[in-house]
Design a protein. Structure first.
Length: 440
C-alpha cells in the first residue's frame, strides 16, 4: 500500500482545504518555524487512529479544530482524508476490493470524531488494524516527531523491542494476537456462563416436569368439571323450561287483567274529565280564599307590629313614671333639707338681731389698762379681728365660716350646731379667741 495524497480542512492551521500530494520517492516539506510542518505529521498520525490528545500537543481532542484568528473565524469541525493506493491488494480482505482506499476522519465540537472508508462508516479499531497489518500506524517509528530521537536513545528495552517489532512488520500480528486472546477470554467467559445457564436450566427442567404433571392433573380435573357443569346446565335448562311455561300462563292471565285494567282506566279517565270540568270554579274559589287569607295575614302582621309598638310605649311610660316617682322623692328630701336650712337661717337671723341690740363685747388695745391686749369672741361665735387703727380699737367679727357638707361654698351657710371659724383662721388672729372659748 502506498500513501498518495493527504487532504486537510479545518485541522489546526490548515483552515482552507489543502492537499499534500505524496509522489513516488522522497517528498519533503520545507518552511520556516510555525508554518505547519509538524501539523502535517500530526494530521497523518490523527487520521491513522491517534486517540491521545497529548500527542497532538493539546489538552483535548477538539483542540485540533481551527480556533480562529484575527481575520478568520473559528471552525466548528475539522477533517483529514488519506488516500492509499491498493493496486497490490495488500489490504485486509474486508477492504481489499478497491484499487484506492480513502480513509477519512472528521471531528465536530461537542459530538466527537467518526471514521469512514470509501464513504462507509467504520470503527477506529478497523482503521488501526489496517495500518497495523501494513507495519505502520499512529505510533509507528517511521513517524518521527519532535523530540522522538532523544526518547529512543533513553527508551527502555521494552519500548525498543516494540520499535524493532514495528520495523520487522510483525506489530500487526501482535495486535491480532491480542485481539484473539481477548476473544478467547471472552469465549471462555461465555462457556462458563453457558455452564451456569445449563445448571440453571436443569433445575428449571425438574420444576417444569413437576409443573407438567400438575398441568395433566389440572386438565383431567377440568374435563370432569366441564362434564359436571354440562349436567348442571342441563338441569337448569329443564328448570328454566318449566318456568317458561309457567310464565306464559302468567302472561296470559296478565293480559286478561290488563284488559280489565284498561277498561277501568277508561272509566277513570272519564271520571277525571268530569272532575276537570268542575275544577275551574273551585280554583276561582281557592284564589279568592287565598287573596282573603293574604289580606288577613297582612292585617294580622300589622296589628302585631302595632301591639309590639304599644307594649314598647307602655314600658317606656312605666319607666318614665318610675323615674318621676324617684324625682318626686328626691325633691321632697330636698324640700325637707331646704326647710331645715331656712329654720337655721331664721334662728341665725334672730341671734344676729339679738346680738346687735345687746351690749357689744369687744377687746381694746390701750396703754392705761397695762394689759398686753387680749382677744376674744362675741356671743354669736364669730371671731373678732382688730380693725385698722391704733390701740383701743375694736375688732370686727370674722365672717368666714366653714361650708357645711353637701352645700356649695358660695352660699356660706353655717353649721346647724352653731357658728365656727374656718380651720385656717385658727392659725391667724383668732387663735387666742378659740383658746379663750375653749377655756370658758
Amino acid at each position: 500500500m502506498q500513501f498518495t495524497k493527504l487532504r486537510l480542512q479545518g485541522f489546526k492551521s490548515f483552515v482552507d482545504p489543502t492537499d499534500l500530494v505524496i509522489a513516488q520517492g522522497l517528498t519533503g516539506v520545507v518552511g520556516p518555524n510555525g508554518c505547519g510542518k509538524s501539523n502535517l505529521l500530526e494530521a497523518l498520525r490523527w487520521v491513522m487512529g491517534e486517540t491521545r490528545a497529548k500527542q497532538m500537543r493539546g489538552d483535548g481532542m477538539e483542540d485540533v479544530i481551527f480556533a480562529g484568528a484575527e481575520s478568520r473565524p473559528a471552525r466548528n469541525s475539522a477533517s483529514v482524508d488519506l488516500v492509499i493506493d491498493n493496486s497490490d491488494r495488500l489490504a485486509p480482505a474486508s477492504f481489499n476490493e478497491a484499487d484506492t482506499l480513502e480513509i477519512s476522519r472528521r471531528i465536530t465540537r461537542d459530538i466527537g470524531s467518526a471514521y469512514t472508508m470509501n464513504g462507509k462508516n467504520v470503527r477506529a479499531r478497523d482503521v488501526q488494524m489496517l495500518f497495523a497489518d501494513a507495519s505502520t500506524g499512529a505510533h509507528s517509528p517511521a513517524l518521527v516527531r519532535q523530540g522522538q530521537i532523544a526518547e529512543l536513545i533513553n527508551a527502555k528495552p521494552k519500548a525498543r523491542r516494540r520499535i524493532l517489532e514495528e520495523a520487522a512488520g510483525i506489530s500487526g500480528l501482535y495486535q491480532r494476537r491480542h485481539e484473539a486472546e481477548l476473544k478467547l477470554n471472552g469465549a471462555e467467559t461465555n462457556l462458563a456462563r453457558v455452564e451456569d445457564v445449563i445448571d440453571t436450566l436443569e433445575g428449571q427442567l425438574k420444576t417444569l416436569e413437576r409443573q407438567a404433571g400438575q398441568a395433566r392433573r389440572y386438565r383431567q380435573i377440568a374435563e370432569e368439571l366441564r362434564m359436571a357443569e354440562a349436567a348442571l346446565l342441563y338441569l337448569r335448562w329443564r328448570g328454566a323450561e318449566a318456568e317458561h311455561l309457567t310464565a306464559e300462563q302468567a302472561l296470559a292471565e296478565a293480559v286478561r287483567l290488563g284488559a280489565v285494567a284498561e277498561g277501568s282506566a277508561v272509566r277513570a279517565r272519564q271520571t277525571r274529565e268530569a272532575a276537570e270540568e268542575a275544577l275551574p270554579p273551585l280554583r276561582e274559589e281557592e284564589m279568592v280564599a287565598a287573596a282573603i287569607l293574604q289580606r288577613l295575614t297582612i292585617e294580622r302582621d300589622q296589628l302585631t307590629d302595632v301591639e309590639a309598638r304599644a307594649l314598647k310605649e307602655v314600658e317606656t311610660l312605666e319607666a318614665r313614671l318610675r323615674q318621676i316617682a324617684l324625682d318626686g322623692e328626691r325633691e321632697a328630701t330636698l324640700d325637707t333639707d331646704a326647710a331645715a336650712a331656712l329654720s337655721a337661717l331664721e334662728a341665725e337671723a334672730a341671734n344676729l338681731a339679738e346680738a346687735e341690740q345687746g351690749p357689744a363685747r369687744s377687746v381694746g388695745f390701750g396703754t392705761g389698762s397695762g394689759s398686753s391686749g387680749g382677744r376674744g369672741a362675741d356671743r354669736t361665735g364669730n371671731c373678732a379681728r382688730p380693725a385698722v387703727g391704733g390701740g383701743g380699737a375694736t375688732r370686727s367679727p370674722c365672717r368666714r365660716r366653714r361650708t357645711p357638707p353637701g352645700r356649695s361654698r358660695n352660699r356660706a351657710l353655717p353649721y346647724r350646731n352653731g357658728n365656727r371659724c374656718h380651720r385656717e383662721c385658727r392659725a391667724g388672729p383668732c387663735r387666742d379667741h378659740h383658746r379663750g372659748r375653749s377655756g370658758a
